[in-house]
Design a protein around this ligand. Structure first.
Ligand SMILES: Cc1cc2nc3c(=O)[nH]c(=O)nc-3n(C[C@H](O)[C@H](O)[C@H](O)COP(=O)(O)O)c2cc1C
Length: 375
């Protein structure tokens, strides 16, 4: 499986693990893949703390950091996070805030002890992602940067490349992959619609080969629906240079996912996910629940665009994550995951997952090879 991308990054297997959990980053990288920390929910200070911990525990293994700078969003010309937030609040209808807060109250999600709210701008703008990127670039062991929701701005691509790191971005359409290539990215992550988090609507098995054909020798990492080695073999057979996984790491031993949330994920079937704009304003795959149903009803307010909807929901996102085990919190919690969650039913360690993927991959490739006529 090892290839040029592995050599460039100093990893044994082209298995990329997107996660919000620093322990998972460390354990995947130590097991020979590469952990990529999703930074969008952190302030620069929080990210610094996470990266300090990773740097102290990862030994000489590399890791990556993922930021979210969307191609298009309200207020994208405003560079100061404070000015942007002020400008955006003027665009948020009161009705949306009240609707969100009522759903949380109905499910018994506890308020913060001091009665405050934590509604605010999350990391998914250029203004808020830039400090995160700058922090990541101070870390020698951070060898790759990925961006979600569009081609990163040219100045960010230059910054990362000049630092000697690799930069890639997610996409769900051929035309986005071509734009990434044109902008000079080092690799493209092609995510099929079954994938967790923000995602398009073209399925992986259709998307991956189209993107490989379109981008030629630029490496494509296959994302969306990978939970076992057979799925890796399928991706590699379609021309992928590696696999980029997300849902797989939500239920591992090392994940900080709260017990009730972990159980919801372990119990979920592939039919239990939905693409919904209700949390971030852009289509995002997550577990269906009362929150996603409520925002989809005809008499409910239409979710706002990104990042306005995030202003409305950020408090709920934090409260449902902090108090995941309280009341009926799971009925309104934000649980992004892909359809592959239906095949993830037991808790494994990161190392067990990596070794299982490799075993299953070898078996699958052997089996496919055995179908060829004998010379
Ligand atoms: C909980 C969760 C949060 C995610 N958040 C981000 C994100 O902030 N940035 C990003 O590039 N991708 C994000 N993704 C997408 C993953 O990077 C990855 O492409 C996706 O999970 C692959 O599909 P899979 O879930 O079927 O493995 C997220 C995925 C999940 C499951």
């Amino acid at each position: 499986m090892a290839n040029t991308l592995c050599e460039q990054l100093g990893i044994d297997y082209p298995i990329f693990a997107f996660t919000h959990c620093r322990d998972v980053v460390v354990e995947v990288s130590k097991a020979g893949g590469i952990g990529v920390l999703g930074a969008v929910g952190f302030s620069r200070e929080q990210l610094k703390e996470e990266l300090d911990w990773i740097d102290a525990h990862i030994g000489d293994r590399p890791y990556g950091v993922d930021v979210v700078i969307p191609q298009k969003y309200e207020g994208m010309d405003t560079q100061s996070p404070e000015a942007l937030e002020k400008q955006l609040w003027d665009m948020v209808p009161r009705e949306h805030i009240e609707f969100a807060q009522q759903l949380l109250a109905n499910a018994g999600v506890p308020d913060w002890p001091d009665g405050s709210t934590t509604m605010g701008l999350m990391g998914w703008t250029d203004a808020t992602a830039t400090p995160l990127l700058e922090e990541a670039l101070t870390r020698p062991k951070c060898r790759l940067i990925a961006n979600a929701l569009g081609t990163p701005p040219a100045d960010k691509i230059k910054l990362v490349k000049d630092s000697g790191r690799l930069i890639g971005a997610l996409c769900g359409k051929v035309k986005q992959a071509l734009a990434h290539k044109e902008a000079g990215l080092d690799f493209v992550i092609a995510q099929g619609g079954e994938g967790g988090g923000h995602t398009g609507d073209v399925g992986s098995i259709v998307l991956w080969p189209q993107i490989v054909d379109a981008i030629g020798d630029l490496p494509m990492l296959a994302a969306g629906g990978i939970g076992n080695g057979r799925q890796i073999a399928a991706a590699m057979a379609m021309g992928a240079a590696g696999v980029w996984t997300g849902s797989l790491w939500l239920t591992v031993e090392e994940a900080h996912t709260q017990p009730t949330q972990k159980q919801s994920l372990l119990n979920a079937t592939s039919e239990d996910t939905v693409r919904s704009r209700s949390w971030t304003g852009k289509p995002c795959r997550m577990l269906k629940n009362e929150w996603t149903e409520a925002w989809g009803r005809e008499d409910s307010p239409d979710p706002l665009g990104m990042p306005l909807q995030g202003l409305v929901t950020s408090d709920g996102m934090r409260r449902t994550a902090t108090y995941a085990d309280a009341g009926d919190c799971q009925k309104v919690a934000f649980n992004p995951c892909g359809q592959v969650i239906g095949q993830i039913n037991t808790v494994e360690s990161c190392r067990q997952v990596i070794y299982r993927l490799l075993d299953e991959y070898v078996d699958a490739v052997d089996k496919a090879a055995s179908l060829l006529p004998k010379p």
